[in-house]
Each structure stands twice: as C-alpha cells, then as structure tokens.
Ligand binder design. Structure first.
Ligand code: ADE
Length: 239
C-alpha cells in the first residue's frame, strides 16, 4: 500500500511512521509513506502557504495553489488511482470499519490542514472524503494522518508477527477487547484468573467473550447496538 501525505511537517509524519509495526511494515515493503510539503510549491521569497480569512475573524486559512500543486505532484508520483482524504474535525468519525476499508485500497492520499483550515474551494474540488479522529480540535491534521497510517499499517497482511492478534483486537467484533495477563501467575497485585490456565480452550473463549461483553456494556453500551449477539450473549448480558 502507498500513502501520500500533504503536510507542512512531512518530517513529523515520517518520524511517526518509522517505529514499531508501521516501521516494520515499511521495512517489509508492505507499505510506503511519502510526504509532500505545500511550502515547496509556494511562490515568492516568503513561500507563503496561508492568508487571512475573508469575512474577518481570527487565524489563517491555507491557500489553494500551494496545496493544489502539492496534491498534483503527489498524484503524479504514481499511476495508481488514489482516494484523497482531508483530516478535519468536521469529517466523519474514524472507525475500525473505515480503517479496514482504507487498508484494502492500494493507495490513499492524506491532506493535513493547519491554522483555521483549508480554503473550501480546494476541499470541494479535490477531496473525496473528510475524516475526523475524534470530537476535539487539534492544531493540524498530522496526528490524524499518523493515526490512520498506524491503523492501516497493522492490517496489511504480514505486518503483525502473530496473524491472530489483529482479529482479536477491540472493535474487530464490535466489542471492546477482553483483559490480558502474563507471568507471573501470582503477584502482589493479584492472581491471573484460573480459567486462563485451565487449558480448556472452549472455556477460555467463553470467558473472554463474556469479559468483552461486560466491559462493553459498562464502558460503551451504545456499541452493543451494532453487535451480532448470540442467545448465549443475551443470556449473559441479562444475568
Ligand atoms: N484536525 C484538527 N482536529 C482534527 C481532528 N479532530 N481530526 C482530524 N483532523 C483534525
């Protein structure tokens, strides 16, 4: 998969992508991340990328032309079709389902704004989709881009060492993840639940499912509406 990122801070994106699972996915040739700085496409000795908003008010708005030139350079760098995504708090909330959809694409382009945002005419003309990583305001789209890069990198086949670990994550079955334990069995902070040492795989799976159901009910009950609950799940939740 190829990800292009338009950002005034392409080094930040490269650094974020260099570590852990994402770094490994890049090393393994499963993913490539390419930064494009609109300032490199800005005119004049100041290489200006923003200006004051029409209508007044605080802050600055990113200019159309440096962004459009950076977008074109990024698109032209590879013949594969690309979906252009603008990171903004006005976008649709990012979900694991959306992450799967993006991870299946061969190529995406992430557009990061700064200041008050981007001239709306560029958004209308060039952007396919707007995504928010949560209901809070960041000072730019870079952290959102880093979130998307991380989330899609770990879904690339061969990126995780234990292929199962992605399937068991929170949200993969619509539920929050169950708790996890490792050695030692006995610790001053408590003991590991005995069922996990029983060797009974059916019992362990049942316990994990119930832990997930209980956590989801307590912490994020609205998620249960989207989950395919079995009769046993319903019985457990009712009890
Ligand atoms: N840019 C600023 N805030 C953001 C958010 N919450 N999500 C995505 N991009 C952003």
């Amino acid at each position: 998969m190829r990800i292009d990122v338009i950002s005034l801070f392409p080094d930040f994106i490269a650094q974020c992508a260099a570590f852990g699972v994402t770094g490994r996915a890049i090393e393994r040739g499963l993913l490539s991340v390419h930064g494009w700085n609109p300032r490199d496409h800005a005119e004049g000795s100041y290489r200006r990328v923003d200006d004051r908003p029409f209508g007044g008010g605080p802050g600055m708005v990113m200019l159309i032309d440096p962004l459009r030139a950076a977008l074109r350079a990024a698109r032209d760098a590879d013949p594969a079709p690309v979906r252009t995504i603008y990171l903004t708090p006005q976008g649709a909330p990012l979900t694991q389902a959306k992450v799967h959809e993006l991870a299946e694409r061969g190529r995406i382009l992430l557009l990061c704004g700064r200041y008050e945002g981007i001239d709306e005419r560029l958004v209308e003309a060039e952007v396919d989709e707007e995504i928010s990583i949560g209901d809070y305001v960041l000072s730019g789209g870079e952290l959102g881009a880093a979130v998307i890069i991380d989330a899609v990198a770990r879904l690339q086949e061969g990126a995780l060492n234990d292929a199962d670990s992605a399937a068991q994550d929170s949200f993969e079955n619509g539920l929050l993840d169950c708790p996890h334990y490792t050695r030692p069995v006995e610790h001053e902070l408590g003991a590991v639940p005995p069922v996990l040492m029983s060797g009974n795989h059916a019992e362990i799976a049942r316990w994990r499912r119930q832990q997930s159901l209980e956590r989801t009910l307590r912490r994020r009950p609205e998620l249960l509406d989207g989950v395919d609950l079995s009769p046993a799940d319903r019985q457990f939740l009712a009890g």
